[in-house]
Design a protein around this ligand. Structure first.
Ligand code: R1P
Ligand code: URA
Length: 289
């Protein structure tokens, strides 16, 4: 039995941070960073049956062309993704009455699709493009706490990256759902996403502060790893994807991160119409889920 201090339930039976009941979880969950983006998704719904808000976690549950969908905001950063993935999983795979994990044959695998903004690292991934993440590289510390198993390619890329970037810690490298990418991203660019524990220094931005490594951006942009699986390079920056992919893999959920490219760090541009790029990502994804 999981103690009250570990699986924390509110007085109304909802889970601690998300404030949701198992009934609020559809098999397909669309996640967004910005709480205001939840409405940007749910305004396409034919009907909405539930709206809830707690901290940065805004949830709408409704129907889109007859399919029940849950759309949820996560806020920013992989520390929030630790909360979101663990609580979503608990909502479907832990029996709240008995406080026990459901037997393997009863466990559900959710489809979790991130619809987020992102900055491109490469000139040929322009502002306005939509990109599906194949591999995510985590520069955050979340996987210091979980036993993620990396494959040969992932271990090699992580090792090469640590060396190329002269990092004082090992990054983690993890692949998202090939199944969801085939279903939902056939028309999109595919790339490898660097998940950073910050928007400024960790993404090589300098306003008033110098970086420890003046050539950090150049090293990221120039990084290549050749293998039998092809030429691996880094395409874009954001702040959650590696956490999603790693926890999704550990918990047995299908996860895909879709990125609306709103900045290009190679050319110095920022989108004049970031909202429209996100709208395009939302509309084309809803039509496919
Ligand atoms: C930073 O501006 C935020 O934008 C990106 C990053 O991952 C970070 O959360 O995603 P969202 O637009 O989904 O929040
Ligand atoms: N989100 C990020 O994390 N980085 C960017 O450059 C743009 C959006």
């Amino acid at each position: 039995m999981i103690p009250e201090s570990e699986l924390i339930l509110n007085a109304d039976g909802t889970i601690y941070h998300l404030n949701l009941l198992p009934d609020h979880i559809s098999d397909t969950i669309l996640t967004v960073g910005d709480p205001a983006r939840v409405t940007q998704v749910s305004r396409h719904f034919d009907s909405i049956e539930f709206e809830g808000t707690h901290r940065e976690f805004v949830t709408h549950v409704g129907y889109y062309r007859g399919k029940r969908l849950t759309v949820l905001s996560t806020g920013m950063g992989t520390d929030n993704i630790d909360i979101v993935l663990n609580e979503l999983d608990a909502l479907v795979n832990i029996d709240f009455m008995s406080r026990t994990v459901r037997p393997v044959e009863e466990r559900l695998s959710l489809r979790i699709i991130r619809l987020g903004t992102s900055g491109s690292l490469q000139a040929d991934v322009p502002v306005g493009s939509l990109l599906a993440t194949q591999h995510a590289v985590g520069l955050d510390s979340l996987m210091q706490f979980y036993p993620l198993v990396e494959t040969g390619l992932e271990t090699q890329v992580a090792k090469d990256l640590q060396q190329s970037l002269a990092l004082p810690f090992a990054p983690y490298v993890v692949r998202g759902s090939d199944l969801l990418r085939e279903q939902l991203a056939a028309d999109l660019l595919v790339g490898n996403t660097v998940t950073c524990p910050g928007f400024y220094g960790p993404q090589g931005r300098r306003l008033r502060l110098d970086l420890r490594q003046p050539d950090y951006m150049q090293r990221l942009q120039d990084f290549r790893h050749q293998s039998s699986e092809g030429d691996f390079r880094l395409s874009n920056f954001e702040m959650e994807t590696a956490g999603y992919y790693a926890l999704g893999q550990l918990l047995g959920h299908e996860v895909l991160s879709l990125n609306a490219i709103v900045a290009n760090r190679a050319t110095g541009e920022f989108a004049k119409n970031a909202g429209d790029i996100v709208d395009t990502l939302i509309a084309r994804t809803l039509a496919l889920v």
